[in-house]
Design a binder for this molecule. Sequence first.
Ligand code: HAM
Length: 424
Amino acid sequence: MNFKIPRGTQDILPGKVEHWQYVEDKARDICRRYNYKELRTPIFEQTELFMRGVGDTTDIVQKEMYTFEDRGGRSLTLRPEGTASAVRSYVENKLFGSPIQPTKLYYVGPMFRYERPQSGRMRQFVQFGVEALGSADPAIDAEVLALAMEFYRELGLKNLKLIINSLGDTESRNAHRQALISHFEPRISEFCSDCQARLEKNPLRILDCKKDKDHELMATAPAILDYLNEDSKAYFAKVQKLLNDMEIEFQVDPNLVRGLDYYNNTAFEIMIGGDGFGSITTLCGGGRYNGLVQEIGGPETPGIGFALSIERLLMALEVQNVTLPVNDQLDCYVIAMGEEAKVAASNISFKLRQAGLSTDQDYLDKKMKAQMKAADRFKASFVVIIGENELEKNVVVVKEMETGEQQEVSINDLTKFLQQKLIR
Ligand code: HAM
């Protein structure tokens, strides 16, 4: 039997994994600078959490969840996103009671959605996300947006478009909801069965329908921006002012609704323009979710966050020919000729590794030339050669690969010698 990787998943092999590590390190670094702390939650949660959190009229809950029953008869779901889990953890661990507020969290980890796989759309993908809980200050909205944009900018991505919208507070949303129902109801029979079901439950979701996106009523649907009350308008205006002050460019798109139910006020997506990116152009999505903590059993607490996938980020970097400065060079390759020299080589490698140098050696009894080739393949900065003659004198020959320079160094001084050379 030949085993195959499940559809919509991928192996990340050496050679590629360095890119992942690089961008994940960058994510951690920017979170350190913005003072967001890492949160790690389980890969699976009670199914009910996502039905409540993400919303049971969303595509994610209706069509895309990996849900299973465990041996104890509990319904569990592989997390399709990170916000519901972060909020569950915030409530369960009573982080709202901590003197450090707002609670600023980030996560990097795999998410699972049963989607139709295509380039940039996987069934298992890795999200980097942040969540700031406990503040309804527009400055936090601006901070979260700035963090996302700066993350991409620092990695070297160009041609990014930040699209923002306001979904309004509860009052504004209710007014908009009524307007949507009146708009679609007379002709709802022309829409798909999902939309028909959404009309009463959550008419905003109709605007997000992929099947009916070209129906004429879509373009003329009432826009939320026309239904914002004074508070919501003032809030949105402040967010925009803060972004302008930071010189972060954005566009307001009144049609941006997002595919998850928990949003209100600020909603946003970061898209990438230009050729070569196929149909998927959204790199990042997020927004404010002031009712979610309460929905999940906690005290009334505002929240805002975003998530982006590393898969789409790496695709975008590739399309724009951005080379990441990953260091895949080995510091030192130890070449031994002869039985006793091989024994000494193992100890030399051990000592160099202990001192922090990345070091490797031959384990396949290769000839000298083949060992040199291996050193080349690993892009070793130095080769340390030890044969019977050297062993007798307690020395090695050190070759600097870039210059070809060679010199004898006492085994006792080798670590220090290489460390000094590598500092340069
Ligand atoms: P989302 O828009 O569902 O929002 O996903 C956010 C990002 O995850 C997308 O923009 C995309 O980069 C990536 N993504 C989603 N699905 C896939 C997929 N199948 N394959 C590859 N990448 C994918 C959320 O998940 C919210 N939890 C974001 C958030 C955080 N809102 C507030 N806080």
